[in-house]
Design a protein around this ligand. Sequence first.
Ligand code: HEM
Length: 475
Amino acid sequence: MSEGGPPGYGGLPFVPPFVPPYPPRPERLPPWRALIREGRRNSLAVLPRIAYERDLLTTRVLSRDIVLVNSPATVQEAFVDKHEVFQRKSPQFRFALVPLVGDSMFASDGALWRERRRLMAPVTHASRMAELLPPVTETVAECRAEWARLPSGTLVDVLAAMGQLAAAIICRSLFGRALGRQAAGAIVAGFAEYQAVVDFADPMSLLGLPDWLPRWRGGRARAAIRRMHAVVDELIAGVLDAAPEEPSLIRAMRLAGEGSMDRAAFRNEAIVLFIAGHETTANLLAWAWYLLSQDPASEARLRAEAAAVLGGRTAELADVPKLVFTRAVAEETLRLYPPVPILSRQALADSSIGGRPVRRGAVVVAIPWLLHRRPALWAQPDAFVPARFLPGQPRPPRHGYIPFSTGPRICTGQQFGLAEAVIALASLSQDVRLRLAPGTAVMPVAKLTLRPGDSLPMLLERDAGTRIPGEGTTT
Ligand code: HEM
C-alpha cells in the first residue's frame, strides 16, 4: 500500500495482515423458524451480507418490529440524541436479569437508572485507577507465578484461565484482597448456576424475539438466585463490618450511596459489577492471546514493548500509558471480537431513526460486530491490524467503534477493563508465548458475550532461562 492508504492504515507500509475466522455470511436473512434455531446457536451466523453494507435495516419478526442501526449517524441518533426514547433494555434482557440484579443501574431506566448511574459511575471511574489497579497487578503477578510452575508445552484452556483471572480480579476489587480471594469461587459457581437455568446467554433474546420461547425454569432459578444473593450479602456484610478498612468497590459504593441505597441495592450493584466486568474482560484477553498467536510480528512487537517498559516486572498503573502497542492490540481485538456483540433497546414512545418511523415497543439494536466490520468504515475490515489504533493514526469514527457502547449508557468500567487487559497481556507475555493447540478450530460464537467457542486450548511455551517471578530460573 502506498503512503496515504485507505482510512485505518494512515499510510503504513503494507504487510499482508492476518485475517482471523468469522462465520459465513448468508445472502439473506433465513425464514423466522430457521432464524430462531440458527440464531440461538450463533447469532452472528444469521447476519446476511447486506447487513454489512446498510446504514439502517428494519424487519418484522412475528409481531415485533426490529430496527438495526448500523452507521455512526444512526447509532448516534438512537443511542445519544434520542437516548430518552431508546434507553430501555429489551424486554427479554430485563426478564432474564432483573430477578438477579433487581433495580440496578444495569437493568433499569428512567429516573432510577439516572440516580444509580450518578452514584455508581464514579466508583469505577478512570480517576480512581490508583485504587482500582493494585488488585489487578497483584492477581496478574499470582497468575505469572502459577504459569511459571507449568512445564513448557503444557496445555492450558486459555478461555477458562482468563475467566478465572478476571473473576479473581473483580472479586478482589469488589470485596478487598482478603475476602475477594476466598469469594471468587463461590460467586463464579453461583453465577454459573444461574446462567445454566436462565437462558439469557442467548442473544436472540436480546433481539426481543418471541416471549413464549422457554427461558425460565421457575424453582431452580429462584433457588439459584437465593444462593447468589446470600453469598453476596454475606460478603458485603464482611466488608462493611471489617476493621481495619481496606479499599474496595463496596466501600466506595457505601461512600457514594450513603443514605440513599439499602443493603439490597448494594448487593444488586455488586452483582452487576461482577457480571459486567468479568466475562467481558476475560473474552477480550482470550481473543487477544489467540490473535497474537496467529500473528508473529504483532506478538514480537508486544513482547518487545513489554520487555522495554517492564523489564520483567508485573505492570502497574504508571506503566499503562507507556504500553501503547499492547493497548492497540487490545483495541483491535475489541474491534474484531467485541465481547458484547449486540446492544438492544426498546422504544418507549413512537419516534423515528434516519427519517423512518419507529413504533413504541420496537426493538432497536446496534451490533458492534457488524459496525466494526463495515467496509465503508474500515480498511481491510476483517484483518487484524493493531497498528491502526496507535497514537497518530486517524481515530475510528465516533459511534462507529462501540465495544463499550456509546451515549449516556456507555460502559462505566471502560478504562478499568482496558487497563486490566493491558496489564495482563504485557505482564504475562514476558514469560510465555501461547500457541494454539494443533487441530483446534476457532470460530466466534455469540452467546450473551462473544467467545471463541466453549474453550481455547493453547500450549504454554517458555523461552529457555526465563526467570520465574519471585524465584530462580526455569528451562
Ligand atoms: C473489556 C471489558 C468490557 C467491555 C467490552 C464492556 C462492554 C460494555 C458494554 C457494551 C456495555 C453496554 C451494554 C448495553 O448497553 O447493553 C457495558 C455496560 C456496563 N459496564 Fe462494561 N464492559 C467491560 C468492562 C467492564 C468493567 C471492568 C466494569 C466494572 C467493573 C463494567 C461495568 C459496566 C456497567 C456498570 C455497565 C452498565 C452501564 C449502564 O447501563 O449505565 N464493564 N459494558
